[in-house]
Design a protein around this ligand. Structure first.
Ligand code: ZN
Length: 397
């Protein structure tokens, strides 16, 4: 009997040691708000200055989103990560690639694109957010054009260019990736550029941006501070922050991880976007449903990343896949809610009981599902037998 009690005490001590060893990420996932109902937001980047065919794609997306409604009658919401200029290749070439000139979204040639955005916003299906004044750092683009003929050819396109066709490292706005590994920008340069892009956002949308998402998810504390000063309250993240392009050109120098509802040093609320749905790359509608079900088990919103290129390169099939995915999501989760990132962030900040779970058992169940993502925890829990009470907890809850 004594041996049994000693063994039991040893096992409990072992489990306690494991819980203590992982206390940081476990506690963070306990603090993270648990949503009461499934939530889906389609997050779409790269719209704005660029190919004129966007106007037609946006009109079709707006009509599609208005056809798909949740139980409360709210149509599906798609964010538009907007960029406000592309290079004026003719004028750049005329300067022998020594000066940067831009075609701003405010030009009359982009009237149709702006109008399609505004109409979707009026209809409640588009939520604009700041993606950047441009999808590159202009001095890095000019420096690259001096040495890279593919960049020069890209600048010489007849139509307003697609930044998706730029070499990937150059698509990062907040580093100088003209040489790899990239170089950091000065805080002054970042502050100046952030103030300018907020001003141009305001000129197009008649309000300062409240939500921002960095191009290629490469940004840093200086960018967050500059955005905060300009009025940005919410930052969309993939759950971690890359601050450079490494020697291989990949996003690197990761310096932070974040969960939904956590705050930046500058005070903004982070949201996490980590489901990827790019029909042009072969992603099927079921992928959207699986992402939603997994996030719902974790008590999280499902923020689905999809890009403009789907709706330009393979427009009709991508529209059909998106509509099928949204309808399948409603079939799988009839209590699904559509909302904008701003609406979600405000519900989280206010701990709105209509949105945020306060009951212990549902919170425990969501927490248990979040633990599988903590590196090494799942393996250690299995080896020590801690997985058993956790599974029991999940089933009981
Ligand atoms: Zn982008």
């Amino acid at each position: 009997m004594t041996v049994l009690i000693l063994a039991l005490v040893a096992v409990l001590m072992l489990w306690l040691a494991v819980l203590l060893a992982f206390s940081g990420p476990l506690a963070a996932r306990w603090r993270e708000p648990v949503l009461r109902q499934p939530v889906l937001i389609v997050e779409s980047d790269d719209w704005g200055a660029g190919p004129l065919a966007q106007a037609d794609a946006l009109e079709r997306l707006s009509a599609l989103l208005q056809r798909v409604r949740d139980r409360g009658g709210q149509p599906a919401v798609m964010t538009l990560g907007v960029v406000f200029e592309v290079p004026d290749g003719v004028r750049i070439a005329a300067s022998d690639y020594t000066e940067y000139h831009a075609l701003p979204l405010t030009e009359t040639r982009f009237d149709g694109v702006r109008q399609a955005m505004h109409e979707g916003i009026q209809a409640g299906v588009f939520a604009p957010q700041l993606h950047g004044q441009c999808h590159y750092w202009p001095p890095a683009l000019i420096a690259a054009a001096h040495v890279d003929c593919t960049v020069r050819d890209w600048l010489n396109s007849a139509e307003p260019v697609s930044t998706e066709a730029l070499p990937s490292p150059l698509q990062s706005r907040w580093v100088d990736a003209s040489n790899l590994p990239s170089r950091a920008l000065t805080a002054e340069a970042i502050q100046h550029a952030a103030a300018a892009e907020v001003a141009v956002y305001q000129a197009v949308f008649n309000r300062v941006p409240q939500v921002a998402v960095a191009t290629t998810f490469v940004w840093n504390d200086a960018v967050e501070a500059a955005w905060a000063q300009a009025g940005v309250e919410i930052i969309i993240t993939p759950g971690h922050r890359a601050t450079c392009r490494n020697a291989a050109g990949q996003p690197g120098c990761e310096d932070a991880t974040m969960l939904t509802g956590e705050h930046s040093h500058a005070g903004q609320t982070y949201l996490v976007r980590d489901v990827y749905f790019e029909p042009a790359l072969g992603h099927v509608p079921q992928r959207l449903v699986e992402g939603l079900l997994a996030r719902t088990r974790q008590g999280r919103a499902c923020l689905v990343e999809t890009h403009r290129f789907n709706f330009l390169q393979t427009r009709d099939s991508s529209l059909a896949a998106l509509e099928a995915g949204l309808n399948a999501a409603l079939d799988a989760c009839p209590d699904l809610r559509f909302v904008s990132p701003l609406g979600l962030a405000h519900a989280i900040q206010a701990r709105n009981p209509d949105w945020i779970e306060t009951r212990m058992l549902p919170r425990l169940r969501a927490w248990r599902h979040r633990l599988d993502e903590v590196p090494r925890f799942r393996r250690v829990a299995q080896l020590t037998g801690l997985a058993l009470p956790l599974v029991w907890l999940e089933r009981t809850a």
